[in-house]
Design a protein around this ligand. Structure first.
Ligand SMILES: Cc1ncc(COP(=O)(O)O)c(C=O)c1O
Length: 365
């Protein structure tokens, strides 16, 4: 007898990381390679966070706090919400996967936009739900009316990525509020706000107020982006206490390790550092957007830490390869659902300059 695996395996797309193959992390963070493919922070964690990591490492012989009590309390204080409404997990990806398992069964429906974050296509095969993908509108934003039109009595979960990965576009909180007003109460809406701190269009916390009005709204955030902790894997969700209990019930008990808990609990105390990181990111955003447009390419006004660049008649595969030859790693648009594009994350000024020089050479060389 040969071993057979579950049929759903064939429907799981598989995640391709943006990390250059065969490269050690030390090489990736050096000047050797401009790693602009994973929407990470180019800055290391705050020095106090590194100290907290070192302190926590000493107690690695013990299991972590399964309730992440300190971390959840700090998140609750920061956003002035009850601790029972804060879910934490091994990256916000784990919360997405857990939410789909906790909410969906075969026969349930799940709605999300496309192109959007590449983990969403995992949710239906894993949970048994039927997925409905809704195309973005012509301006590369979520078509919220079209998403509403797909909601039925069977819909259990809708995911809205705002700002959207990979297009870097955004809807204001008033638009989200108008959308929520039309969503029936039986549907949970996860507003994936992984990049929300980088948006300038409005206060990043504006959407959190909507939770008072809409108990079916979950705001999903992460320590992987603005806090520079992608390597430690901590995400959190502000939702109802029932949502938190459901996520906790399906994820493994010790999913956020002790070092990650300590790091995130320290990081969230440094709001000045966050503001500074955002300022630097916005300076790099302006630099890249201007540079890309001067080279004759189109890019939407980004509200995130990356740009989505339309390549016009240029060949995407050839261009990505030419950039890689010059040590610049970006994401090709096709696997992200947007052929004819690249997605470039903002790195240090040196890496961003190198990207623009390599882009110029690849287009005109
Ligand atoms: C939209 C979006 N949501 C969530 C995540 C995952 O974040 P985490 O590292 O917290 O799992 C990403 C990461 O790239 C993302 O782009």
């Amino acid at each position: 007898m040969t071993i057979t695996f579950a049929d759903k395996l064939a429907r799981i797309p598989g995640y391709k990381a943006g990390v250059p193959h065969g490269k050690a992390p030390e090489a990736i963070s050096s000047e050797d390679i401009a790693q602009l493919a994973s929407n990470e922070s180019p800055q290391p964690p705050h020095p106090r966070v590194i100290e907290a990591i070192a302190r926590a490492a000493v107690a690695s012989n013990r299991y972590p706090d399964p309730d992440a009590t300190l971390l959840r309390r700090r998140i609750a204080e920061r956003f002035e919400v009850p601790g029972g409404e804060v879910a934490v997990a091994n990256g916000s990806c784990e919360i997405l996967l857990a939410a789909s398992l906790a909410l969906c069964e075969p026969g349930a429906e799940l709605v999300y936009a496309w192109p959007s974050f590449s983990i969403y296509p995992y949710l239906a095969p894993l949970s048994g739900a039927r997925e409905i993908r809704v195309a973005l509108s012509d301006d590369d934003r979520h078509d919220l009316d079209a998403m509403l039109a797909e909601i039925t009595a069977a819909t259990q979960l809708v995911v809205v990525c705002n700002p959207n990965n990979p297009t870097a576009t955004h809807h204001r909180s008033e638009r989200i509020a108008a959308f929520m007003a039309e969503v029936p109460d039986h549907v949970t809406v996860i507003l994936d706000e992984a990049y929300v701190e980088f948006q300038l269009a409005e206060d990043p916390d504006a959407t959190l107020d909507l939770r008072r009005e809409f108990s079916n709204l979950v705001c999903l955030r992460t320590f992987s982006k603005v806090y520079g902790l992608a390597g430690l894997r901590v995400g959190y969700a502000l939702g109802s206490s029932r949502f938190r209990a459901a996520v906790d019930a399906v994820r493994q008990p010790f999913s956020v390790n002790a070092i990650a808990q300590a790091a995130a609990a320290e990081a969230i105390r440094h709001s000045d550092d966050v503001a500074e990181r955002v300022e630097r990111t916005v300076a790099e955003r302006i630099f890249i957007e201007q540079g890309v447009r001067e080279l004759g390419l189109e890019t939407s006004d980004s509200e995130a830490n990356f740009s989505w660049v339309g390549l016009g008649d240029h060949d995407e595969t050839a261009l990505v390869a030419r950039l890689a030859e010059r040590g610049v790693v970006v994401r090709a648009g096709t696997p992200l659902g947007g052929p004819g594009h690249i997605r470039v994350s903002y790195g240090t000024r040196a890496h961003n300059s190198r990207f623009l020089e390599a882009l110029d050479a690849a287009l005109n060389g």
